[in-house]
Design a protein around this ligand. Structure first.
Ligand code: SAH
Ligand code: SF4
Length: 352
């Protein structure tokens, strides 16, 4: 009989599992803390649970690992990591240090089921969803790297790596609880966590109802259905008017300002008229607009906006009273942008 992956059990299931092996309930709490807070995956290293329980765990469970397979540091300090999953898939994570924070960017799927035309991850097939433990592992390992390289822990987590987090809803929500838990997880406050989504209306609603006060970023990238549908196919089934309604609801429930991510693509979505359309979508609830410099992806027709167009776009938004800034692209020399690392690794594999 194959062994059960112990880190797919929640605390109640672990308690029941250990009781079925004749163990007292409090043991589950100890084991749970070893597995998550200390991330000890080798049962023989769980020091206070006794040899008998260590052997029982070993006979009945396994605890597959996620490990770091690629590491690169950019001149600007950004660290890019390739993780190897237990089944030898590759996912990516990035750490971005700035003056006041250290942000980890993590993945939620292997590849992505959507195919936004500007995104490198969109070219990868979606192989599978990540388990909560694999999302947690990325943060845990990136936090160790942050301590090692910057002598400071992570302060912020963004779900902006590979994949669409709201199409892996259950595992993402489980991972949020684990990251959040002081007693058993990493104790990261909800306000310091941001989920970025291409806009899955039904699951934004679910997330709003979850009671977690995390931040939400919508990858908007175009302010009319006509334009957005061309670059993001998901807009056909989740159009802008429905997104606006559900974001208003999210704001009502969480009181957290919504972020719009808007990549400036040269002569595609970066005219003054586009900026005016975007400003219209910033009236119904508090919004912050992150204008993103495009990281060119081979095989796409897009390039990043020229400086004059970018400046005019930003000025138009500001004149309309919209809070916004242009986000510098970090880690350019190491392709740290969304999906680019994974693409390189896939290419390397094909070439070798
Ligand atoms: N699937 C989710 C989260 C991952 S993508 C989403 O789409 O929001 C994270 C962010 O990176 C998104 O805003 C995405 O549009 C942006 N992005 C993707 N490719 C990019 C590129 N080549 N240059 C700059 N930003 C990119
Ligand atoms: Fe997937 Fe986000 Fe890339 Fe679109 S932008 S393909 S949703 S990862």
């Amino acid at each position: 009989m194959s062994k059960k992956n112990i880190r797919t059990l929640d605390k109640l299931e672990l308690t029941q599992g250990l009781e079925a092996l004749g163990e007292k309930g409090f043991r589950a709490k100890q084991v749970y803390q070893w597995l998550w807070k200390s991330r000890v995956l080798d049962f023989s290293q769980m020091k206070n649970i006794g040899k008998a329980l260590q052997s029982k765990l070993d006979e009945n469970f396994e605890s597959p690992n996620t490990s770091i397979s690629h590491f690169q540091q950019s001149q600007d300090g950004t660290i890019k990591v390739g993780f190897e999953t237990y089944d030898k898939e590759t996912i990516e994570g990035v750490i971005i240090p700035s003056e006041d924070r250290i942000t980890a960017c993590i993945s939620s799927q292997v590849g992505c089921s959507l195919s936004c035309t500007f995104c490198a991850t969109g070219f990868l097939p979606r192989k599978r969803n990540l388990f909560a433990f694999e999302i947690y592992d990325q943060v845990y390992l990136l936090n160790e790297l942050a301590l090692k390289h910057y002598e400071k822990p992570l302060t912020n987590i963004v779900y902006m790596g590979m994949g669409e987090p709201l199409l892996n809803y259950d595992e993402v929500v489980k991972s949020l609880h684990l990251l959040h838990s002081e007693e058993e997880g990493l104790g990261i406050g909800a306000k310091r966590i941001t989920i970025s989504t291409s806009g899955i209306v039904r699951n934004i609603k679910k997330l709003a109802d979850e009671g977690l006060k995390i931040n939400l970023a919508l990858s908007l990238h175009a302010a009319t259905n006509e334009k957005r549908t061309v670059i993001m196919d998901i807009n056909k089934s989740n159009p802008i008017e429905e997104l606006m309604k559900i974001l208003a609801y999210f704001y009502e429930k969480t009181n957290n300002k919504i972020t719009y991510e808007y990549i400036l693509l040269n002569h595609t979505n970066d005219s003054v008229e586009d900026a005016l359309d975007l400003a219209k979508l910033c009236q119904d609830f508090p919004v912050y607009v992150n204008l993103i410099e495009y990281n060119t992806v081979e095989g796409t027709p897009y390039s990043k906006s020229k400086k004059e167009r970018r400046d005019a776009f930003l000025q138009t938004l500001r004149d309309k009273g919209v809070s916004s800034k242009v986000r510098r692209s970090r880690g350019k020399d190491i392709d740290a942008a969304c999906g680019q690392l994974a693409n390189k690794i896939v290419k390397m594999r094909l070439d070798s």
